[in-house]
Every structure is written in structure tokens, then in C-alpha cells.
Design a protein around this ligand. Structure first.
Ligand code: ME8
Length: 586
């Protein structure tokens, strides 16, 4: 194998680096949480517009949306950015292949992403496109700051480049493979994408000078890249060679991008351009202070190096605070393989959300997606999960506790402390007390998991409590009680009161994941919009001797099915049958 070489010519006016940027410790320090700061800023990657959105893109957006909604519930002032990455060689080539001018091409695909996100209730507060003027100004300013600090110099790059990944590679990151025609090619060992040898005059960023500041930052902030296994990966990369980075391409090869300020012969490297989007949305260069120091990024593991090495190095260079957290997630696969157009295994998330509903897809992705490891997608899994947890378990519980047969007055009934005293002795049994404890502790458990983006664990915990409440109702079979007997009637009301209180907690906690279903549930319980925040998570106040604002209140009038069962359990194999009550898929 031919060995690639990286050669850099340093500009003669280059200044010694340590004198040039804000001391990394001061930037790292500013990543610490200031206690009374109620601002929160979360981002997704901005997505390439070379192809239509797929399930993986929706997954990143749903994760970030869940964190954003959760912070709003907590009373934070939360900003949530997503959008599209529209410059670079890959987009230039895709537009050419489609026979469209790049801007028309980008606008078309960017709209598809936006439509998908709107359809799935992704409540972004800013949708950025890198072709916008505000972004161009931010990138030009950012470049000038790095340039004025002597961190960018004119040099030459010779080495491997992957257009698909828009990434420069070291010789050790490249291997041999055969293309579809059996021809020998070189590929990126990480992504499998084809790489090409390139030799170009361009601008270089002094990345090598940031190796030890980056190590200090990561070691001093062990939670900054989550989950920990990805933190360890970054630390390992940083112990290897970290050459300077080419940050421009010759304009003759790449026209579709932002020109280097003061040099029309060069175009800014698409990753530098793209990463600055997070600053643009924050209001860079002059209005970013409120948001920038509380930034958090949700990314897929494929773009970890760009976010955990290049981006913090650029920020350190520019004297800006570093992100609070980089939340990394793994990939969705189909048939065990990463989704790709060439394999023909791409799952269209818009189709799927029309079949399973927006909430259905959101719930599935967040309940089944595990940040640490890849997950395989099948329609069958979606249907089974939604039927079991949303339709049967949660929907069934609501249905039972609000059914006119058990609750003819259609009110939130009263709690009777003689029937369910704080010490045993009433009609409650030991398991009932355990259930109350579990539900009381649930908000804290869920909060811990939401904070670390382990949403599947939060949903697991909620679901376990829903099962406990169903068990509670089943155990005491309120439908068997004699309503003419006043003691039985009080006990029946107490069972229903407790169950509705459980449902109120579940509905409130589920809002970031399934906003429409939660809204339906809470409305049915008569819970008003201002009673749905984290502050309202005081479970069963009557048990603690306090007033319950819901007691005696009329239930909401919408008594429709909470979440329709999906009829066909074998979507991957069978044809659907249409029934009135259930939604069909495929
Ligand atoms: O990399 N499973 O854009 P991109 C889960 N423009 N998530 C997936 C996925 C999968 N199979 N495939 C993609 C880019 N993703 C750059 C980002 S940011 C400044 C620039 C998600 O369109 C995941 O978040 O290739 C991944 O990191 C991102 O989409 C890559 O999207």
C-alpha cells in the first residue's frame, strides 16, 4: 500500500501558539454550570442535503426535541436549533447529478427535512441553513478571528480525502476494498466510503497545537462527552498523532461554499463552515453570550471527531467557551447494516410516521434507541412495542379508570385516608405501599435519565410504574365492589383517585416524548395546561395530608382511544386487514 504523506508549509509570520488564544482553562472553567442560569441551548447536527432525510436523522432530532421539551417543563428558557448543511463538494456533486443549480437543489431538500420535523412535532426554535446570509457573516467573522490570532496559515496538503464524509484521513485510517465493478479502491476504514488522493495549496489550522489543551479539557470535564465510552474514544484519539488540519479547498475544485475572506481562490472547508452554525444560531458574532456558554450538542457517533476535537480546538482558538456536553448516540441499522442508499435499506421516516403516527415513531425511537449501541429497525418491533406499552398498558389503564361504569359521575373522585391510611390498617396491602413509593420516586428517576439522554431508561421506569398501577387496579378489582355500600364506595373512589394520580404523573413525564398522547391523556384527566410542568409533579398530595386541586373536578370530555392498536403484528411479512377501530400499517 502506498503510504500517504502529510506535508505542511508554515507561513513565515506564524506566531508561537500559546500566546495567541485565551488560556484553555478559563474556557473550560466557563463550561461549569452557574446555578441560577435558566438558559439552555440544545442542537442537532445540521443535515446534508445531498439526499432525503432518513430514520437516523429523525432520531437525532427527536432526542434533542425531548431534552428541549423537558427543559421547558422545568421552566428553563430553552433554545433548540436544527437545520441543514448545504455547502461542500458532496452537495455540489449531488446538485450536478440532479441537473439543478445548487441553491434550488438545496432549498428543495432542506424543505423535506423541515417538513419531516414539523410532521413529527420537532419543536425547534431555529431552523438554520448554511446558505443564509447571517451564517456567512458568522463564518467570515470566525475565520478572521482565527486568522488574526495566527492560527491559520497558508500551506499545502497532500493526503487522502473522502468526499462522502467531507473528511481528511491519515494513512492509518485508509484501507483497500473493491468497488461494485470489482475495481480496487481505497476506502475510509471507519465509514467504508471511497477516498481519493489529493494535493492542494490551501489554508491550514494549527490543530496540532491544541492536543494538550484538549486533553486537559476532557480530563478536567469527565462528563463532557457522554456516554463515557465515547469520551474514552476521544481521549484515545488525542493520544495519537494530531496533525494540522486543512481548512480550505481550492475554488477551482469547490465553488459551492463560502470564499476565504481576502482570498477568492479558496473556499472554506465545509466542516468549519458547518460547525459555526451553532454559533450563528446563538447570535454570533455580537449577541451570542446568553446562549453560547450553555450549548449542548446531540450528535451521531459518526461525527464525534469533528465535534469533540476539531470544534473545541476552533473554539479554544477563537477564545470562546466550549460546549457543556456532547451527547453522542449510536446508529439505527436495517438487517444489521447501517442505512444507506446504495444498499437500498433506507427507512423513510415520513412514511413510517404516517403509519405509526408521529407520537408512535417518537416513542419507538426513544424507547428502543440506546445511545451506547446500534439498534436494528423493523416495522414489526414498532407495532409490538406500541401495542404493548401505549395502546394496552397506558391506554388500557386510562380506559379502565375513566370508564363510565366505574366512574359514572365522570369526575376525579375523592381520596379516603381511612381506606388508604399512611400506616397499614385500611384496605390497602403491602404491594400498594410499594407502588406509591415507586411512583413518588419516579420524577427523580426520570429526570436523571433525561439529563443524561438515556431516554430509554426513563421510559423503562415509567412503563414499569404503569404496570404496577395496572396491577394495583387488577388486585383490588373495583368493578367487583358494591357501590351501595358506603365504605366500598369510598374505597372504589380511592382506588380510582390513586390511579388517576398515577396517570397524571405518567402523562406529565411523557410530554417530552409523546406530546400529542400526553396532551390527550392530561386533558382527559382535566389537568389544565398550566398544571403540566415539573412543578406539578407532586404525587398524591391527599396521602400526605394536603389538598388535591383535582379532587372533585370534572374529567375532560374526550373519551376516545388514547392510542389505537396497530392491527397487523407481522408488517414485514403480511398484508394488512382494515378494521374500524385499529390503525393498520403497511
Ligand atoms: O454529518 N442512525 O450530516 P449527515 C442514527 N452535515 N443517526 C443517524 C444515522 C443512523 N443510521 N445516520 C445519520 C453530517 N444519523 C454533517 C453534520 S454538524 C455541524 C454537520 C444522524 O446528513 C446522526 O446524528 O450525514 C449523524 O451524526 C447525522 O445524522 C449525520 O447527518
Amino acid at each position: 500500500m502506498k503510504v500517504a504523506v502529510l506535508r505542511f508549509q508554515q507561513s513565515p509570520f506564524l506566531l508561537p501558539v500559546p500566546a495567541l488564544w485565551t488560556h484553555p482553562r478559563s474556557a473550560a472553567l466557563s463550561t461549569r454550570l452557574c446555578k441560577d442560569d435558566r438558559s439552555y441551548y440544545i442542537t442537532t447536527p445540521i443535515f446534508y442535503v445531498n439526499a432525503s432525510p432518513h430514520l437516523g436523522h429523525l432520531y437525532s432530532a427527536v432526542l434533542a426535541d425531548c431534552l428541549h421539551r423537558y427543559k421547558l417543563l422545568q421552566g428553563f428558557n430553552s433554545k433548540f436549533a436544527t437545520g441543514t448543511d448545504e455547502h461542500g463538494l458532496k452537495i455540489q456533486q449531488a446538485a450536478e447529478a440532479a441537473g439543478k443549480d445548487p441553491m434550488t437543489f438545496c432549498t428543495g431538500v432542506s424543505k423535506q427535512f423541515r417538513h419531516l420535523f414539523d410532521s413529527c412535532n420537532i419543536s425547534y426554535t431555529d431552523y438554520i441553513r448554511t446558505t443564509e446570509q447571517r451564517h456567512r457573516e458568522a463564518v467570515e467573522h470566525f475565520w478572521s478571528v482565527l486568522w488574526n490570532k495566527g492560527l491559520i496559515y497558508k500551506g499545502s496538503y497532500e493526503g487522502w480525502y473522502s468526499t462522502q464524509d467531507e473528511s481528511f484521513l491519515m494513512p492509518s485510517q485508509v484501507g483497500d476494498a473493491l468497488d461494485s465493478l470489482g475495481k480496487e479502491i481505497k476506502v475510509s476504514l471507519e465509514s467504508g466510503h471511497k477516498v481519493e488522493w489529493m494535493k492542494e495549496e490551501n489554508y491550514m489550522f494549527r490543530l496540532s497545537a491544541f492536543q494538550s489543551p484538549l486533553l486537559d479539557w476532557l480530563r478536567g470535564n469527565p462528563q463532557v462527552v457522554q456516554p463515557d465510552r465515547f469520551h474514552q474514544v476521544v481521549l484515545k484519539w488525542l493520544q495519537e498523532d494530531l496533525p494540522d488540519l486543512s481548512v480550505s479547498r481550492q475554488r477551482s475544485r469547490l465553488q459551492w461554499g463560502i470564499p476565504v475572506p481576502g482570498d477568492d481562490e479558496q473556499t472554506i472547508y465545509v466542516w468549519l463552515d458547518a460547525l459555526v452554525n451553532y454559533l450563528t444560531v446563538a447570535g454570533y458574532p455580537d449577541k451570542h453570550n446568553q446562549w453560547w456558554h450553555v450549548a449542548r450538542h446531540v450528535i451521531g457517533k459518526d461525527i464525534l471527531k469533528f465535534h469533540a476535537i476539531y470544534w473545541p480546538a476552533f473554539l479554544l482558538g477563537a477564545g470562546l467557551p466550549l460546549p457543556r456536553v456532547i451527547h453522542v448516540h449510536s446508529h439505527w441499522t436495517v438487517g444489521g447494516k447501517k442505512m444507506s442508499k446504495s444498499l437500498g435499506n433506507v427507512v423513510n421516516p415520513l412514511d413510517r410516521s404516517q403509519i405509526f403516527t408521529a407520537d408512535g415513531m417518537r416513542y419507538f425511537l426513544l424507547r428502543q434507541g440506546v445511545p451506547d449501541s446500534d439498534c436494528d429497525y423493523t416495522d414489526n418491533k414498532v407495532a409490538k412495542l406500541l401495542n404493548a406499552e401505549l395502546a394496552d398498558s397506558l391506554g388500557g389503564l386510562l380506559n379502565r379508570c375513566t370508564a363510565p361504569a366505574l366512574n359514572p359521575a365522570q369526575v376525579y373522585p375523592s381520596f379516603c385516608s381511612q381506606s388508604f391510611p399512611r400506616e397499614q390498617g385500611g384496605r390497602a396491602v403491602g404491594e400498594d405501599y410499594l407502588m406509591l413509593d415507586a411512583v413518588k420516586n419516579l420524577p427523580a428517576v426520570v429526570e436523571k435519565h433525561y439529563e443524561t439522554m438515556h431516554v430509554y431508561k426513563a421510559l423503562e421506569a415509567i412503563n414499569a410504574c404503569v404496570r404496577l398501577t395496572n396491577g394495583f387496579v387488577q388486585r383490588h378489582a373495583p368493578w367487583k365492589l358494591d357501590r351501595k355500600d358506603s365504605e366500598d364506595q369510598r374505597w372504589l373512589d380511592t382506588i380510582i383517585h390513586i390511579s388517576l394520580e398515577c396517570l397524571r404523573i405518567y402523562g406529565t413525564l411523557l410530554q417530552p416524548v409523546v406530546p400529542e398522547t400526553s396532551n390527550k391523556l392530561l386533558s382527559r384527566l382535566g389537568v389544565q395546561p398550566h398544571e403540566r410542568s415539573s412543578a406539578a409533579l407532586n404525587f398524591l398530595p391527599r396521602y400526605q395530608g394536603m389538598d388535591c386541586p383535582f379532587e372533585g373536578r370534572a374529567l375532560g370530555s374526550d373519551c376516545g382511544v388514547l392510542f389505537s392498536r396497530l392491527e397487523n403484528q407481522n408488517a414485514d411479512k403480511q398484508k394488512p386487514t382494515k378494521t374500524k377501530k385499529s390503525a393498520n400499517f403497511k
